[in-house]
Design a protein around this ligand. Sequence first.
Ligand code: NPW
Ligand code: K
Length: 524
Amino acid sequence: MKLLTAARMRELDRQAIEDLGIPGVVLMENAGRGAAERLARCYAEFFPGPVLILAGKGNNGGDGYVIARHLLNWGWQVQTLVLAEPSAIVGDASVNLDILTRMGGQVAFVPDEHRLLTALDELGATRLVVDALFGTGLCAPVRGHYGRAIDWINACGRPVVAVDIPSGVDATHGSLLGKAVRADLTLTFAAPKLGQALYPGWAQVGTLEVLDIGIPATLLAACEEDFRLVTAAEVGPLLPARPATGHKGTFGHLLVVAGSRGKTGAAALAAEGGLRMGAGLVTLGCPLSVQPAMAIKLTEVMTASLAEVDGALALAAGEALRDLWRDKEALAVGPGLGTSEETTELVRKLVRECPLPMVIDADGLNALGPYPSFLRDIPDLQAVLTPHPGEMSRLTGTSVADIEADRVGAARRFALDYRVTLVLKGARTIVALPDGRVRITAGGNPGMASGGMGDALTGIIGGLLAQGLTVESAAVLGVYLHALAGDRLAVRQGNSGLFASDLLRELPAARAALAAGEIEDRLC
Ligand SMILES: NC(=O)C1=CN([C@@H]2O[C@H](COP(=O)(O)OP(=O)(O)OC[C@H]3O[C@@H](n4cnc5c(N)ncnc54)[C@H](OP(=O)(O)O)[C@@H]3O)[C@@H](O)[C@H]2O)[C@@H](O)CC1
Ligand SMILES: [K+]
């Protein structure tokens, strides 16, 4: 599902209005009427109100006047507070404000804090609040009495319906511009906005519904799809086929290079992740002294001993690895390797020389960074990198805070710059593709914030690569299935104390449900 930035939404509006000749006031009518209809249906139990509409001076406020007119028309009691002087309302918003006033709508102008607070004090009982203060036009911190209005909305204890986007949420970045409305229902226009799919904006949205406001589908279809919210309908078809005549050789052989003394769990989870994801065979290459323990721990996975120094892979393991990768379809490298000098050098050599599609995680990433410019010199590199924000910080020399403040931008820049597929893990995992497109997964839950979940994801992506998926498809589908399995687990067990190994046990059922078309996506 496409996600629009504020700029893209503005451009769509412009094309509809200027290129096709659809009057802006028609779009505003469709938006306001559609929102009024949804609101009247969702909150029918609150009829006849009163409903309070808080309107800003831009077109979001304009939508508010249209909502007020229709609700009034259908017998609701409506009070509208405009947070500006009458003269500040212009264009389509002014047209609709005039109509509302002429038809006897109750409208008060509260252009400063004193008049706003007085009006709110004098207000009778309100059953429902409509937030039409700011929409996609807000891009600076909320100023003046608008901030007081947002505080009041958040403290009012009534259901809050946000028009287009909760006021104060940046429609592109999902950041909170000083203060932001916390809505119960957000009625957004034409398509969801990128900022609604990202934290912290996502948490303000409540239930999200998308309304068709008459922007032609051809315009929406033609606009470039830089950002998408991944849906079951989109990823279902990526699932590798399971032909009835298939055997273990059909489904690929994954080589996992992982583990060191004291970090055997990470290696086990990555290897089992590959098998749970459907790879036909998995071989784990690990340090010599660790191998006996791994062989006992992993029944279905084959293990290979590699040269080591002090329990971590040695540079001398390079030759054996060359032999190991020869009959494999994909490589997963990194979990639990440690960061010794020899291991780091070995990983860089492996990434440079191994011709297999690969997923690089954890200490594999630490071995690359910072600024792994050598990646650009590897011909035909097919790589998925899966950093969490800490690893991303080491890869880029940027602080975790800066990465978290613009997760999409950070992931996208890296993918474009180094021509890899970048999975930035965390709340709302971002998959950035080498051509700059970005895919966002809505699933996942706080129960997945536990040790080993990332190693499981590495194995899942590796398992998909072994089955022949491209790095882009393996990353998008892998992240989706990982989140889906985690969410299914959380439904049964709650969202704390979840084990990565439990998630892997859930994975085949999650995959089967996706294949059967049983998954209903949640927008928010
Ligand atoms: N275009 C169309 O065809 C359609 C658009 N539609 C609707 O329009 C919405 C976009 O409308 P928009 O562009 O007018 O901006 P909007 O979100 O109302 O807010 C901007 C206003 O707030 C003000 N302001 C800005 N920053 C501020 C701050 N920090 N603190 C305080 N004030 C601040 C700013 O004033 P300024 O600073 O420029 O003086 C400006 O007046 C969109 O979300 C959708 O709901 C639908 O009707 C469908 C058709
Ligand atoms: K709003």
